[in-house]
Ligand binder design. Structure first.
Ligand SMILES: Nc1ncnc2c1ncn2[C@@H]1O[C@H](COP(=O)(O)OP(=O)(O)OP(=O)(O)O)[C@@H](O)[C@H]1O
Ligand SMILES: Cc1cn([C@H]2C[C@H](O)[C@@H](COP(=O)(O)O)O2)c(=O)[nH]c1=O
Length: 232
């Protein structure tokens, strides 16, 4: 079991008056569950919060999401796949994330660029440098101020989500294992692969615990960087 880690207090990579937070990790880690709790907690603390998910959260993005997850997209190549995720992300950044950050809001996204580095790069076989370059083009260099990786082993994830629900989740266990490993390696743990491919503050959280315990860890990480108390 990999150890949990805390995000280093590095300076913000992209100055803006808001705060940009991404939840990442393998399918079934609990990102959607925790994102909803986190958004509610931050709003209770009086913050102006925008919630989104990647791919999606724009009209164009939701259409692209359907295409890329649809089992009928059986002949979609991995190179075409990465462009679809990047196109959805570019629209999300331009239409939702950048304007919200410029207005001083807190943006909480369920997945972002790290997912492409892992699913299409590390596990999918595309060179990480290529995915990172495409990512910079799609996001215009925007990276989250804090990325929380909800780390969960394959068996626990399977117990939670059951059999695959879409084209990506239908991929074999060998791919899913690489996805889990990739989140840890690309984030710079394990001494692995080009940590510079994702040069943003990252914390790895053990998402095998019950949802309340995971949320306590999230509140502690986010509260620390935003300067709000755990029971705000
Ligand atoms: N800590 C937890 N312990 C046990 N079950 C959990 C936990 N967190 C979430 N779940 C359950 O696991 C399932 C998947 O959770 P959720 O959709 O939040 O994960 P996810 O990471 O967003 O998955 P995906 O990326 O596949 O959408 C749900 O049924 C949810 O209720
Ligand atoms: C952003 C992104 C996502 N994926 C994969 C990961 C999931 O299997 C699906 C998205 O579904 P979720 O319910 O929103 O988790 O797409 C990917 O392969 N590459 C990406 O960049």
């Amino acid at each position: 079991m990999p150890e949990e880690s805390t995000a280093p207090s590095t300076p913000r990579p992209h100055p803006h008056p808001g705060f940009f937070l991404a939840l990442e990790g393998p399918d079934g880690g609990g990102k959607t569950t925790q994102a909803a709790r986190l958004v509610a907690w931050l709003r209770e603390a009086g913050l102006d919060v925008v919630a989104c998910h990647d791919p999606g959260s724009t009209v164009v993005g939701e259409r692209l999401r359907q295409i890329v997850l649809d089992r009928a997209s059986v002949h979609l190549s991995i190179r075409a796949e990465v462009f679809i995720y990047m196109a959805s992300r570019a629209q999300l950044v331009d239409e939702v994330i950048r304007p919200s950050l410029a207005a001083g809001r807190v943006v909480v996204t369920d997945r972002f660029l790290l997912s492409s580095l892992v699913y299409q790069g590390y596990a999918g076989g595309l060179p990480l440098g290529l995915v990172a370059d495409l990512g910079r083009a799609a996001t215009d260099g925007l990276l989250p101020d804090l990325t929380l990786i909800l780390d969960v082993p394959l068996d626990a994830a399977r117990r939670r989500v059951g059999p695959g629900r879409d084209r990506i989740e239908d991929r074999p266990d060998s791919y899913r294992r690489l996805v889990r490993e990739g989140f840890l390696d690309v984030a710079g743990r394990g001494g692995g692969v080009e940590p510079a491919a994702y040069a943003a503050p990252v914390a790895v959280l053990d998402a095998q615990q019950d949802a309340e315990a995971v949320f306590d860890r999230i509140k502690s990480e986010v509260g620390r960087v935003l300067g709000i108390g755990p029971r705000a």
